[in-house]
Design a protein around this ligand. Sequence first.
Ligand SMILES: [Cu+2]
Length: 152
Amino acid sequence: MRNLIFFLSVLYSFNVCAELTMESPRVRAMPPSVSNTAAFFTLHNSGQKDITLTSVSTPAATRSEFHQHSMSDKGVMSMSHVEKVQIKAGESFEFKSGGHHVMIMGLMKPLRAGGNIELTLHDDLKTQYHFEVPVMSIMAAQKMEKNEHTHH
Ligand SMILES: [Cu+2]
């Protein structure tokens, strides 16, 4: 019995990465002249501990960062780099247009709708979470966002 418990606890520790799941991932296809784009998704932390994401990387571009959009008093939208994104235990966190997003800068080649990119999220404990994010036309991505909102 003791061995079984040990075995289960080892299994459990290997399974840590699966505690962060990604729903509705999408990255916007851009015209070839535009070298930046943004990725959106909802993250769910099914684990017992909060997860603090500190950086993001992708082989599809030279640089990527967590960004946040905010509205000034004058109604001007601007975006800024976010150092940390905390996904609380048992909760979801939404990256959406007008809010948090993954800014992808310096695309190696234009993204075509129908393809996908690899995105790796890194936390403060150096755990890496790998995801595949489908490339969508802006219209398809917006349609998905609308559907999501009517669901909830
Ligand atoms: Cu941005």
